[in-house]
Design a protein around this ligand. Sequence first.
Ligand code: GUN
Length: 291
Amino acid sequence: MQILDGKISSQAIKNQLKEKVTQLSAARKKIPHLAAILVGSNGASETYVAAKVKACEEVGFISTLVRLETTISEKELITEIEKLNSNQAIDGILVQLPLPKHISETAIINAISPAKDVDGFHPINVGNLVQGNSSFVSATPFGIILLLQHYKIETKGMHAVVIGRSNIVGRPMSILLSENKNPGNCTVTLCHSQTKNMKAICQQADLIIAALGKPKFVTADMVKEGAIVIDVGITRLEDATKKTGYKLVGDVDFDNVAPKTSWITPVPGGVGPMTIAALLQNTFHSCSQKN
Ligand code: GUN
């Protein structure tokens, strides 16, 4: 068993981006600028946005954090997004999800300019992804592709089983893995809460992507000897022994599954850091189109 180390791999990507920013700076070209909108004060969202802003600083990007009250109306939030859409200095915009219940996430995603949608959530970007055109790709599945690339893992012909059909992870992941690319060229099965014989399907998988948000859902009896297992889950479980008061648990029962695998991602330190590296890549790409 070998670890797919997201910390090492994301650091390599960040180092490359840092080098590119130094070159842009020397050539007096535009430096990538990411704007993040955080509505309210959801604990997990605070942590994720802080990590994104910190990563921007690390590689030399400019970042703007727009904090808005949880009581903001949908219309007012759209006005804030429109200001960022028309601000030439901003290359990438992300609105951290989830949003308060009175705001439609669809309406908000649709308000972001597709050219600045570095989260890859806008229907134009999703449509381009589905059609195999150039597009911004949602950071978590894109980060998983970058992780497989970093470790030079050949996925051609594999049976990939994606568990979870979210717009952010499962669905775009299934499309990326089915593309005629490397990583890609897989036969893909997308499983979800209504799937029958989940265990039997997973047992056939050469590659499992667990993205359903249920701690330790993937158990050793579901995994074929030598399979690759990628764990997208990051559930916070209360743990009084931790300084934060919680521990992070993945969708995979790591201790029992790991010995059966050829490659596996840990939680934390697997997919999480790659998501941020992918977001930075998307932001750099958006800026290069202007430079
Ligand atoms: N909430 C959970 N994951 C994400 C993400 O990738 N982007 C945004 N904006 N919100 C999220």
